[in-house]
Ligand binder design. Structure first.
Ligand SMILES: Nc1ncnc2c1ncn2[C@@H]1O[C@H](COP(=O)(O)OP(=O)(O)OP(=O)(O)O)[C@@H](O)[C@H]1O
Ligand SMILES: [Mg+2]
Length: 337
């Protein structure tokens, strides 16, 4: 659907040269939700803006549905933009128009027939749950409601792809969740491909199928959300995911535990979550496991269990016990502090 090939983008302002994107390649498949995560300044917005040519790559290619968008003429570009909707952190609503008109006016400008405008505005305001607020003005809406209007406005053009630049970053956690639910619904029920960028891991975790991690203009790691979550390879990704330190154990307690045995972080996925592995461990080996902390992360299609476990016993026995856990398809990582 979206095929970004070796894209670089350099901004030159006066004597300053910023390489915002350095040889970035990624593919977003039709029907999936693909997320790019990275800290501020990583180049995320620049990347997503290259997909609808709000930004022109300095080099490289961007294909949308097989079309090289850098070769499009004006009419082609207009057609492309109709295919691609976009939502932003700042909503970009018309303050002087009510909710209905915020959706309807852009359709009118595009020359959509009057009857069709009404049908679409009604349909998409219903989908985002704002039918009863259609006469309200943006100043009378909460942030979450404003983002819903922006989503309805984007959907009303019946795009194939929705680009989202930090759409939930200005919202509180509960409102963020409700907007993420809405994006999932848009993806599943309308079949719209979503390409989003964010600095919030929660967004990736809740709705994305695949993820790329960006740092200083480069993609440093990419894969399915499950893989990247359970086995982050790069330091930056670990910083985002940070399995064991999610538990926030005080330093003194860590030190004490490490004096009396080993600490391991266990990650359970799907089938491996069903077996009583720790009970078996105590019976099979001369190792005493104690659970220090635990939690479950809900991903889009499955959940991941995490346990921080203290293992007490002789080194050889612990070694065998860890091998046993790994053989049960549990991801085991030694925690050193
Ligand atoms: N129009 C521009 N002119 C000059 N430099 C720019 C321009 N747009 C972006 N940059 C620079 O490119 C780099 C990447 O910016 P970008 O906005 O893509 O980052 P980001 O990952 O979206 O960050 P944030 O999370 O803060 O939105 C930054 O160093 C930024 O200052
Ligand atoms: Mg940005």
């Amino acid at each position: 659907m979206i095929d970004i090939q070796h894209v670089s983008k350099t901004f030159i302002t006066g004597k300053n040269k910023v390489e915002a994107l350095k040889d970035v390649s990624l593919k977003v498949n039709k029907g999936e939700i693909f997320g790019v995560i990275g800290y501020s300044g990583a180049g995320k917005s620049t990347l997503i803006r290259c997909v609808n040519l709000l930004e022109h790559p300095t080099s490289g290619k961007v294909l949308v549905d097989g079309t090289d968008i850098l070769k499009l003429n004006r009419a082609g570009l207009r057609k492309l933009r109709r295919k691609i909707g976009m939502i932003f952190q700042g909503y970009n609503l018309l303050e002087t128009a009510n909710v209905y008109d915020n959706v309807a006016i852009p359709l009118k400008l595009e020359g959509v027939p009057k009857k069709e405008i009404k049908a679409r505005a009604d349909k998409y305001l219903r989908i985002v749950g704002l039918t009863d607020r259609s006469k309200a003005y943006p100043s009378q809406l909460s942030g979450g409601q404003k983002q819903r209007v922006a989503i309805a406005r984007a959907l009303a053009h019946e795009p194939e792809v929705l680009l989202s630049d930090e759409a939930t970053s200005a919202l509180d956690p509960t409102t963020t969740d409700s907007i993420l639910e809405l994006l999932l619904k848009v993806n599943r029920e309308l079949g719209i491909t979503i390409f989003l960028i964010t600095h919030e891991l929660n967004v990736i975790q809740r709705i994305c199928d695949r993820v790329a991690v960006m740092e200083q203009g480069r993609i440093v790691e990419a894969g399915t959300v499950v893989d990247v979550f359970t086995q982050p390879k790069k330091q930056l990704t670990r910083q985002f995911v940070r399995n064991e330190s999610n538990f926030k154990i005080p330093d003194e307690i860590y030190k004490d535990l490490l004096k009396t045995g080993e600490l391991v972080s266990l990650t359970f996925l799907g089938e491996s979550a069903k077996d009583p592995a720790l009970a078996t461990l105590a019976r099979k080996f001369e190792v005493l496991p104690s659970i220090i902390a635990g939690g479950i992360d809900q991903l889009k299609d499955q959940s991941i269990g995490n346990l921080l476990v203290h293992l007490k016993g002789e080194t050889g026995q612990i070694h065998d016990a860890v091998a046993y856990l790994k053989a049960q398809n549990i991801i085991v990582e030694k925690v050193t502090g």
